[in-house]
Ligand binder design. Structure first.
Ligand code: GSY
Length: 171
């Protein structure tokens, strides 16, 4: 069995609902068990700053899928929930990024693990470290909680979450 960490973000429409639907679809997949979901954080947009704030979460899951198969599942969830990839750095209904897959380092054409620049993004690190403070960069061995980006502003706790079921049931 493999373990993976995902980052999810939404800044269009009912942001919380989009994140919940994405987690629900992962949860329903026969080869995936969602183990943990972070609290929900409201975050300042990176890239195009003239856009709505994001809600971001991190998810820990267990899966029998290979990394590329998991990527396909993530992309089909993005498509199902109406993500459009028209504007680079632009607004999105929901974005699912694989951050870590076991302790693997993968450099495939369409998949980099660990996710490129994740260690520089507070909106990725803060939710990730909440669900596992011991998680390390598989390339450098550095604890993600020790990354300077953890101290950046622009990431505010929006809704406390303690269990996956609670997250999926909340309104
Ligand atoms: O990389 C994921 C999509 N995204 C985000 C995001 O999820 N959160 C914040 N705060 N800014 C972002 N810019 C992009 S692109």
């Amino acid at each position: 069995m493999n373990t993976a960490y995902l980052s999810m973000g939404s800044n269009i429409g009912n942001r919380l609902q989009h994140l919940k639907q994405a987690v629900q679809l992962l949860h329903e997949h026969p080869a995936i068990t969602v183990l943990d979901v972070s609290s929900v954080y409201e975050t300042e947009p990176l890239g195009l700053t003239e856009q709505a704030k994001f809600l971001n979460i991190a998810v820990n899951l267990e899966t029998s899928l290979e990394a590329l198969e998991l990527l396909n599942v993530c992309q089909s969830i993005e498509n199902k929930l109406g993500r459009m990839r028209k504007i680079r750095w632009g607004p999105r209904t929901v974005d699912l990024d694989i951050l870590l897959y076991n302790h693997d380092v993968l450099q495939l054409e369409n998949l980099l693990i660990p996710h490129l620049r994740m260690h520089e993004r507070a909106f990725v690190l803060v939710p990730l470290v909440e669900i596992n403070p011991e998680v390390k960069n598989p390339v450098t061995g550095t604890l993600y909680r020790d990354e300077p980006a953890m101290q950046e502003d622009g990431v505010v706790l929006w809704k406390k979450v303690q269990r996956v079921e609670e997250f999926l049931q909340q309104d």
